[in-house]
Design a protein around this ligand. Structure first.
Ligand SMILES: *[C@@H]1O[C@H](CO)[C@@H](O)[C@H](O)[C@H]1NC(C)=O
Ligand SMILES: *[C@@H]1O[C@H](CO)[C@@H](O)[C@H](O)[C@H]1NC(C)=O
Ligand SMILES: *[C@@H]1O[C@H](CO)[C@@H](O)[C@H](O)[C@H]1NC(C)=O
Ligand SMILES: *[C@@H]1O[C@H](CO)[C@@H](O)[C@H](O)[C@H]1NC(C)=O
Length: 431
């Protein structure tokens, strides 16, 4: 053999031996088989194939380096898995109890890095004069920011914070205090006199947030959880599921859209003036922008859930659907399920927080007819939402209601009839 081939080949063989020892080769082959696309020309039998086909050394070493990098990437992936580092994205829409469910994870403390609504900044920055955002541009920005944050990199998020952080220091991170990770000792810089921080820590006195410190703290944590009500389509997040550096799982939180609307009509009364008037005159214009928006929201939620429940290969074992109504009625049971799915230990600390903040204690003791009682709480909206409005929601969100197991009401009488629950028992099969 000519000397110029010897060095790369010896190197190559050495690598093969080393990697074989690690029992990686066969799995890499599996991985490459799965990933065979025009961009990945390497065949599963890549080794002999390479040696036969590539005669010129530069080409061999190029492919070889590519292979080596892939192996390295794969090793990183393996390491991530082995170390049990989990990345959880809690996806929801407003008024679905997502802050509350976020607390299930935020309360873990210790090994958890929890971030509350980081995409608020992105949405705000990308809001157009018309009030909306360019959905395509927003989706891409959301995805990229989330991906970086799961890797503890705040730089892209920084570029969306207004005013722009100086030396990675910001006084403006949205709801900093809602992420206990951002108020820990290790992320708490000394208070600076005269500097006002709108979303300051409540648990301890801290100066403005130093994102370099936040990133360092994030890197020390085992698990990362991000909550967001801004992602519209789960499909857009596919690159995160396929990122070998992440072990991501998605929990989608949904709620009866009629209840969401009822809740929004109370919480944002001014914005929903039209709906109230329509209900009064008994006529809701079906082509109104508000109605279209409602339909758009319902469709997005349903389409995301359909993708999740269909379990395409990239999402297999990585998607869970949870209904607000089930969490409200059986908080401990649902929290247990969510933790089991996430692969993160369900700590006594979290359990006690749930006990303190829900009626879960009665759920387990069975002394009260809690299910009935909580069901009443959960379905209270039925007495505030005008039937006419409920009808409109049913008309535009019909398939969404059906998918999640929410019963359609056919009359005012049925809407207000406490003896009929509108929540069907439903088990969503996620692996
Ligand atoms: C390895 O991972 C990095 C970071 O994700 C990526 O940029 C690079 O393209 C990957 N290399 C290969 C050969 O897949
Ligand atoms: C939205 O953003 C994309 C990419 O940034 C751009 O190509 C497209 O023209 C924009 N659409 C509108 C309606 O502005
Ligand atoms: C922010 O934190 C980093 C890391 O601890 C430190 O090096 C840097 O000086 C801090 N920045 C400021 C402005 O204090
Ligand atoms: C339901 O539970 C709440 C709080 O535990 C209680 O105040 C209320 O009276 C109960 N309602 C019924 C109908 O039992």
């Amino acid at each position: 053999m000519r000397i110029k081939y010897t060095i790369p080949i010896v190197f190559f063989v050495a690598l093969v031996i080393i990697e074989k020892e690690n029992k990686i080769i066969s799995r890499v082959s599996d991985k490459l088989t799965l990933k065979q696309t025009p961009q990945t020309p390497l065949q599963p039998s890549g080794f002999s194939h390479l040696l036969q086909k590539h005669v010129s050394v530069p080409s061999l070493s190029k492919d070889f380096m590519l292979m080596k990098r892939r192996l390295e990437n794969y090793s990183v992936h393996k390491k991530v898995k082995k170390m049990g580092r989990k990345h959880i994205l809690l996806l929801a829409t407003t008024r679905t109890g997502s802050s509350f469910v976020g607390e299930f994870f935020n309360q873990q403390g210790g090994k958890m890095f929890y971030v509350f609504e980081p995409l608020w900044h992105v949405e705000k920055m990308l809001t157009l004069e018309t009030g909306g955002t360019n959905a395509t541009a927003a989706a891409k920005a959301y995805r990229d920011v989330l991906q970086q944050l799961f890797l503890c990199d705040f730089s892209l998020l920084e570029s969306f914070i207004d005013p722009l952080p100086v030396d990675h220091i910001t006084t403006a991170l949205f709801r900093r205090e809602s992420s206990s990770s951002l108020c820990e000792e290790s992320v708490c810089s000394p208070v600076i006199k005269g500097v006002f921080e709108r979303y300051h820590c409540k648990t301890r006195r801290c100066g403005p947030l130093n994102l370099t410190m936040a990133s360092a703290s994030c890197l020390q944590k085992e698990h990362k959880v991000i909550k967001s009500v801004r992602v519209r389509q789960l499909e857009n997040l596919r690159p995160l599921a396929e990122d070998p550096r992440l072990d991501i799982k998605f929990i989608q939180l949904v709620r009866d859209p009629r209840a969401v609307l009822a809740s929004r009509m109370v919480a944002f009364a001014a914005k929903y003036k039209n709906w109230k008037e329509w209900a009064m005159v008994g006529d809701v214009p079906i082509d109104d922008d508000e109605v279209k928006k409602l339909k758009g929201n319902c469709d997005n939620i349903r389409l995301s859930a359909e993708v999740g429940l269909r379990q395409p290969p990239w999402l297999r074992g990585r998607y869970m659907l949870v209904r607000y109504e089930d969490i409200a009625r059986f908080p401990m049971r649902k929290a247990t399920e969510m933790y089991k799915f996430s692969g993160i230990p369900f700590t006594p600390q979290v359990k006690s927080w749930i006990l303190k903040n829900t009626r879960a204690s009665k759920e387990t003791s069975g002394v009260y007819s809690t299910q009935k009682n909580s069901s009443e709480q959960v379905e209270k909206w039925r007495f505030s939402l005008p039937f006419k409005v409920a009808q409109v929601v049913q008309r535009v969100c019909g398939p969404t209601l059906k998918l999640f197991g929410y019963k359609i009401v056919s009359s005012e009488k049925m809407l207000k009839d406490k003896s009929i629950s509108l929540i069907e028992d439903k088990v969503f099969n996620f692996l």
